[in-house]
Design a protein around this ligand. Sequence first.
Ligand code: 5GP
Ligand code: ZN
Length: 117
Amino acid sequence: MTDTDCIFCKIVAGDIPSTKVLETERVLAFRDLHPKAPTHVLVIPKAHYANIAELTAADPGLAGEVLAATAAIAESEGIAETGWNLLGNTGAEAGQTIFHVHFHVLGGKSFEPLLAA
Ligand code: 5GP
Ligand code: ZN
């Protein structure tokens, strides 16, 4: 399942270059083009789903594989112990700009807690 106009489908296909961090049969992770932290990796299912709701409804097992990959990347990036953030923007108001579901793995610096009082 691909979307011909989707940047991340093009990265999966190799039509747009990326710096890969992890690849399995169904999951790909690569460095964000505009990193917001020393570690900023995007983790996606290779198949095209627009957002977390579509992915989890269609294939919860694949959603689990994507989530497991985020933790594996935190380990390999050396931020598992110091701490890391997992961000999944869903919808335009939340700041989602690419409508192929992805998680941001962010770490290597101190973040203001998003939900601080
Ligand atoms: P969103 O705002 O949808 O949650 O995140 C999209 C992310 O994709 C942004 O952080 C942006 O920097 C990144 N991005 C956009 N185009 C490309 C690209 O062609 N290659 C890579 N590696 N990252 C991209
Ligand atoms: Zn796509």
